[in-house]
Design a protein around this ligand. Structure first.
Ligand code: SIN
Length: 273
């Protein structure tokens, strides 16, 4: 019998908290199937008050997908696929502090990302997410048809992204480049979503930056409209699991002078089509 979850949406656009689960213990096949369905339905799901060691966080990640390493910041000792996402009190730039979907400069960008909150500022440090099915669905038919054949180039050295790794990266000399469709079809739901992002989209394939930017600027503004978003307030032990194939996210940098530490795992994906 399929497990029934206590799923509580946190906004109209996307995002739901799942209550009553201990991720360190309760992971039966039925429950994992129900979590997967909630993830597909709500695009980002949250679990509160999880007391997970790095090994338990990794075990949960392996139940959802295949953890992969992040190319620019070394992983935790003993857990190369777990990246510490830290902002120290003396730092003013937040990792992931503008709208993006993770590591689209890979030919096969990650299907999902998981984040667990370890240490938080007394206020602020929320994360926002944006629903890219809604961003696509709300475009005019004319714009949808213009975008349908277009591809874009993703570069890991685009300034909007590389400056958010400032003071953290160890391998910035490596430049990773891939190209992807502007509109992708989700391999599990079959729905179309807008698949560009401010941090990693450099230009349309076959066009210059100057030619690409007017339309890209429109898309960057459009895809983050408030009605497509939700905002999550973390507490220590909160866990998020989001679908990179149909969402954007950004870390809100409003807590200078305080420390925030998260741990992140990305899960391998496929070639966007
Ligand atoms: C990220 O972009 O992966 C980090 C998001 C956050 O720290 O809230």
């Amino acid at each position: 019998m399929a497990a029934t979850l206590d799923v509580r949406p946190i906004a109209g656009a996307l995002g739901a908290e799942i209550h009553g689960i201990d991720l360190a213990r309760d992971l039966t096949d039925d429950l994992l199937g129900a979590i997967r369905q909630a993830f597909l339905d709500h695009l980002v799901v949250f679990f509160r008050d999880q007391s997970l060691s790095s090994a338990q966080f990794m075990a949960f990640a392996r139940c959802i997908g295949k953890p992969i390493t992040y190319p620019f910041v070394p992983g935790l000792e003993g857990f190369p696929e777990i990246t510490a996402v830290v902002k120290r009190p003396d730092q003013t730039v937040a990792f992931g502090g503008n709208w993006h979907t993770d590591t689209t400069y890979f030919p096969e960008p990650p299907m999902a990302t998981m984040l667990i909150a370890r240490e938080l500022p007394p206020r602020g440090g929320d994360t926002q997410f944006a629903n890219q099915y809604s961003a696509y669905d709300s475009l005019s038919d004319g714009m949808k048809s213009l975008l349908s054949g277009l591809r874009w180039v993703s570069r890991s050295d685009k300034a909007e992204a590389s400056r958010t790794r400032e003071d953290r990266a160890t391998a910035e000399r490596t430049v990773l480049i891939a190209d992807h469709p502007v509109v992708r079809t989700h391999p599990e739901t079959g729905r179309k979503s807008l698949y560009v992002n401010l941090a990693h989209t450099a230009h349309f394939l076959g066009m210059t930056e100057e030619e690409s930017m007017p339309l890209l600027q429109f898309l960057f503004r459009h895809q983050a409209r408030p009605e497509f978003t939700c905002r999550f307030r973390w507490a220590p032990g909160s866990v998020a699991l989001w679908d990179n194939r149909c969402t954007l996210h950004q870390a809100i940098n409003d807590y200078n002078g305080f420390r925030r530490e998260m741990q992140r795992i990305t899960l391998s994906g496929d070639v966007p089509v």
